[in-house]
Design a protein around this ligand. Structure first.
Ligand code: IPM
Ligand code: MG
Length: 358
């Protein structure tokens, strides 16, 4: 079959990991007889350098027309000094809201091959980590009113968090739907002892929960959740939370699985169209050194195949290839625990080969 895929390499390690995903997708094309029409568009700092804005109009239009979008990463110290509306990160935020991608799914899985790379003590690690973080992505403090003003003590800055019942309902439904197909347990994470938006969040989640009687719902304050994630992550199945808390909690969940270099994510809207990306950022310190772990982006391309393109066997082939290569002992530096490691290019080659040899 033919599919149209927009690639957004972005900044830092972004171009390297997108090249890796393209190599793996080429192996899938060859093995399964598909045509992925993949083309690169500008976003982030590299778009600022070439066009003056972090999300050029033609990039957004191209993404809207594509079957799916695969993104590397945006940002870097080169663009730190720019005004907020011109920062590379603004390109990603505008893309998420421009495509209406309100649901961000971040699976945090501790692969059995990587138990020793996890900072958890080994008896905890052996209990397993398999969490689906469902993060609201187009609302909350990321998109509320912000600015500078004169306050009682002089100039001050402010950001505001706003959530409508509608926004909470639609993301909660997604969390409950996903939980129905997994461990049937939603932990909704908020700060209801302090924030008004969290109290509305909690009440709305409870109402949505009534339509899913087979799913257990639990509420947890975000500070406690941060602690429980390192004390006993095996207690979690689906974590449902806001944009801001989801950003923080997903990095923590990623770290306990051994490396943030392993975790993919998908961002979805009302239809099946989606944006797929690794959870990690642009890692400018290792950019261009063939050191980055490509697995998060390769697994993001697998999510893209199953979710947006409905190519389930093909997605499974990528996941199996990753497991085989890890089981054979190949490790990038971030998951090598100080032992022998391979570069990004070699890791990619091994995964593509594993697909071709299946
Ligand atoms: C993420 C990133 C982004 C976010 C940044 C780059 C804007 O940290 O996807 O988690 O905060 O959402
Ligand atoms: Mg983040």
């Amino acid at each position: 079959m033919d599919f149209n895929i927009t690639l957004l390499p972005g900044d830092g390690v972004g171009p390297e990991i997108i090249d890796s995903a393209v190599a793996v997708l080429a192996a899938i094309e060859q093995k399964f007889g598909h045509n992925f029409h993949m083309h690169r568009m500008n976003i982030g700092g590299s778009a600022i350098d070439s066009t003056g804005v972090p999300l050029p109009k033609d990039t957004l239009e191209d993404c809207k027309a594509a079957d799916a979008v695969l993104l590397g990463a945006v940002g870097g110290p080169k663009w730190d000094g720019l005004a907020a509306h011109l920062k590379p990160e603004k390109g990603l935020l505008s893309l998420r809201s421009g495509l209406g991608l309100f649901a961000n799914l971040r699976p945090a899985v501790l692969h059995s091959e990587l138990l020793s790379a996890s900072p958890l003590n080994q008896s905890l690690a052996k209990k397993g980590v398999d969490i689906m973080i469902v993060r609201e992505l187009t609302g909350g403090i990321y998109f509320g009113e912000r600015g500078y003003r004169d306050g009682a003590l002089g100039q001050e800055a402010y950001d505001t968090e706003v959530y409508s019942i509608n926004e909470i309902e639609r993301i909660a439904k997604i969390a409950f739907e996903i939980a129905s197909t997994r461990g049937k347990h939603v932990t909704s994470v908020d700060k209801a002892n302090v924030l008004e938006t969290s109290r509305l969040w909690r009440a709305t989640v409870n109402r949505v929960a009534k339509s899913y009687p087979s799913v257990k719902v639990e509420h947890m304050l975000v500070d406690n959740c941060a602690m429980q994630l390192v004390k006993d992550p095996s207690q979690f199945d689906v974590i449902l939370t806001t944009n801001m808390f989801g950003d923080i909690i997903s990095d923590e969940a990623a770290a306990i699985t051994g490396s943030i270099g392993m975790l993919p994510s998908s961002s979805l809207g009302a239809n099946n169209k989606g944006l797929y990306e690794p959870i990690h950022g642009s890692a400018p310190d290792i950019a261009g050194r063939d050191e980055v772990n490509p697995i998060a982006t390769i697994l993001a391309s697998a999510m893209m195949l199953s979710t947006s393109l409905k190519l389930f066997d093909e997605a499974m082939a990528i996941e199996n290839a990753v497991h085989r290569v890890l089981a054979k002992g190949f490790r990038t530096k971030d998951i090598a625990c100080g032992k022998k490691s391979v570069g990004c290019a070699r890791m990619t080659e091994e995964i593509a080969l594993a697909i071709l040899n299946m």
